[in-house]
Design a binder for this molecule. Sequence first.
Ligand code: C2E
Ligand code: CA
Ligand code: CA
Length: 654
Amino acid sequence: MHGLWERLSGKLSTVGKYAILSAIPIVIFGMLLSYLLNDFVYRRTLATAEDQAELVAGLGPVQDVRARDITNGERSLRWHSLVADLEDTSLGAQGSTVKVWDSDLQIVFSSDSSIVGHTSFNPEHLHEGLRGETKAYTSEPAADGDEDILSVVTPVRPSASEDPIGVLEISVPYAPLARAVKRDFRIFYVVLVIGLNLLYVALFGVMMRASRRLRERAEEQEHLALHDVLTGLANRALFRDRVKQALRVAEREQQTVAVLLMDLDRFKEINDTLGHHHGDIVLQETARRLQATLRETDTIARLGGDEFAMVLPHVPDPAAVVLVADKIRAALRVPFIVQGLSLDVRASIGVAFFPGHGKDVDTLIQRADVAMYLAKTAQSGCEIYAVEKDQYSPSRLALVGELRNAIEHDEFVVHYQPKVDLKTGEVKGVEALLRWEHPLRKLIPPDEFIPLAEHTGLIEPLTSYVLNQSLRQVSEWREDGLDLKVAVNLSTRSLLNAQFPDEVSKALKKWRIPPSSLQLEITEHTILADPARAAGVLATLSNMGVELSIDDFGTGYSSFVQLRRLPLTELKIDKSFVMNMNVDENDAVIVRSLIELGRNLGLQVVAEGVESEQIRDDLTKLGCDFAQGFFTSRPMPADQLVRWLNVMSQPSVN
Ligand code: C2E
Ligand code: CA
Ligand code: CA
């Protein structure tokens, strides 16, 4: 049965299936009703027969029966007139037999004269008649193929008050009588059939609706499993699937597929500063713009956070993808208006091609990720994966894992770069710069792992590490009679962490360093992430006596007003302006005005990236206070720095 249903349902449409399914209860219900109805008709027929029999009996001839009529039997006229009366009633149907029984249950008269004188083998009903009751009953036909017989017995008495002296029995075929009763109830049958049909239609409708809802629910579930709830874009699982499909087709048709990975630049700042709600709106709007820029056949996905991915299944040539990437970036350059605020959103995009850069989904995604990371660090907007570059920029994911262990494994070292006083030539302070001596990859520059650490929350333990190492070093130098200030670079997280000043204070106490021997370098970008909160932390640090320096100055957009509000002591001109100031007049102008700005604000001015004697001299003339750069010295390990300082302090020999 089950197998049959399986086979059937394989062939049937859903509608067909539900038509059959909803018919089953209707058929059962109909069968039950028709059984009840037949039973009703049966009872009704018997009752009618009883009424008729009593009527016949009450018409006169039966009630005034005398003992003589019984004994005379066939010779009594009474019975013959009774048979005639019967013909006017429904009992008088063709084939009806009338019998008159005496109290000994012997037939004294019958319309079938051949049975006169017979006695009964089954006298129960006749006894009831003798007791004064009218009773109808049916009996099986004598021979096969004959119809059921309905018999009704009714007492025969001399008067209404006297006991019966015999029994009148009228037997007729059952079916015609029942048919007559049924005819009376025809309307009832019609209503029943219509009712059942209506019920069927209703049930069918309910089932169809329920099934549709179930199907919709299933589709909804499937959509949820494969899509990002926030943006409605594909999720990672669906994206991988689509890339796989694209690769299959491309392999067959010898086409190129492009996988793009995109990450919003400084999205975290929006989230941290304005709250998740604004962040969510930016992500949704980004999704909309991507959809408007790409084709229907391309798949756009959100892989998580502010990371989006796209697959372009047919790519004529790499240049076409660069155009697409440019279009995406142009679409994002239009400012995002979020609750009245105009937000600037930029993105970095990495591209990897099938088959050139990889033949499977994972490789392609990973290589696009590497390219994206390159685009981010180089601030180039878009990069196509290149094997040569990848050797220097190892897989980001692997690096994150290694970064976690690197502190425990003591793979970090702090190097120090001197800041030289341009008036006296003295070194009064150094900047602590972190180095990762990776056991396999040798030295990894901070530009490669600091952004990673910031991205993954590992920056805080790193900052603590540098802070403690530097202060330990300063205390060691102090013991050797060397009084140097140390500058430590801060990331956004530390600056927004209300507990950070406390940590600094503890570290200073631990190494017994006066607060004024510690400088903290903050970039403009760091402060802009959340100016109000940053200002609070900076005020606490400044009140403790720690010096604050604004780093990479000139690369951000902070205004003079903002700068004046912060408790700064030092301004560091970004090396990008300093390095070329002797060849690029624009840079020279910027350096000059930044020195002026610093002086006006009462800050000491440091120029970074001083690579030549000429630049050092120019800066001295411009009134810059300190120089830091390769011309004086590269950043170096602590012991090397001490040797270097010793050499420097020797009187020159010419
Ligand atoms: P930064 O704070 O601007 O550091 C100065 C960078 O300029 C250093 O690069 C230094 O080696 C380099 N530099 C110094 N003089 C010259 C020069 O004459 N020419 C050129 N071309 N470069 C010069 P480094 O050590 O590679 O550090 C890069 C960046 O990484 C730093 O930029 C800083 O933002 C970050 N960083 C380094 N250590 C830490 C740290 O402990 N914590 C945090 N949060 N960031 C750090
Ligand atoms: Ca710095
Ligand atoms: Ca700097």
